[in-house]
Ligand binder design. Sequence first.
Ligand SMILES: *Cc1c(COP(=O)(O)O)cnc(C)c1O
Length: 387
Amino acid sequence: MNDDQFQIETRSIHAGQEPDEETGALMTPIFANSTYEQDAPGDHRGYEYSRTGNPTRTDLEENLASLEGADYGRCFASGMGSINTVCNLLESGDHVVTGNDVYGGTHRIFTQVYDQYEIEFTFVDMTDLEAIEAAFQDNTELLWLETPTNPLMSVVDIEGAAAIADEHDAISVIDNTFATPYLQRPLELGADVVSHSLTKYLGGHSDVVGGALLTNDPELDERFGFYQNAVGATPGPFDCFLVLRGTKTLPVRMDRHCDNARAIAEWLDGHSDVDHVYYPGLEDHPGHDIAARQMDDFGGMLSFELDGTLEQASTVVEETEVFTLAESLGGVESLIEQPAPMTHAAIPREERLEAGLTDSLIRVSVGIEHVDDLVSDLDQAIQTALE
Ligand SMILES: *Cc1c(COP(=O)(O)O)cnc(C)c1O
């Protein structure tokens, strides 16, 4: 499929997927094979062993590459598998600049796994380009950032940050999990690599765990392919099939996620029991202008501070009926969680408060249910909590 010719709504359905030549079967089959026949020793038809390559995985890799406008794509068994693969590029003595509010698992693999190999990490406020620039050292090899961030939805200027990395000959990697390629394409803004947790919006149905790395750099792609095979954190064909099924509806799902999130953010913003709403689509959000520039819409994630205690915020997340109390995000169903005792519990309270993660902060992954049901559900839960 010629990528330049078709819009993302068309590519999400067709890129990487042709009807099966032999049977005409429309959907990419689940190639449940570990090994493949060879015609003569070393003479195979593109596949020899499924850790190295699998046809279902190939179709997903091509589909995802097309969505991000990338020449190359590689899939992994989880988002952490992708992040680990990027870390595999590093050597002892290297330095990494990253955000002070990156995903908890990213923070953990940096500080508890790669730290011991004498790789140094500096965590900075990524919304401040001068702070990024100041953090660079002679041995900085990697810039890792997320935008919008979790759970305060801070927005990082991808173009500005990637340019700093470029000047210092460092690789820039953007974790694009929250925005998805439907809303934001970092490679077009100068980033070297995009990383995804497919578990979230790309899979979209809370039924699969996966990861991906997309790039236009053939050398980086070759190294990612080497680590797929050498380390082995590759996804199985059933998982690849589920993500392929998910990406077909990414554009329509994202439109509804964005519409619902915007409506809920505006409703919360006018609520007398809500202190603050964090949603880049609100004009008073500090990252609104950058988000408007680098994103096509503002996404389905938001957070808000209840005018109440940690316990009252816990009651809100327990009392919702349509929103499910759960970690994770990006599925068709609405989820609600409280970062302080849940996703961000590992951060000491003082540090957490300093980062703006208050006790009564509530994070919402807005699903694609009817928005009126979502608003009235939040309304009754907030009323019950503050009674
Ligand atoms: C979930 C998530 C990850 C990790 O992905 P898994 O698929 O859970 O391994 C990485 N980055 C972000 C932003 C995430 O939300």
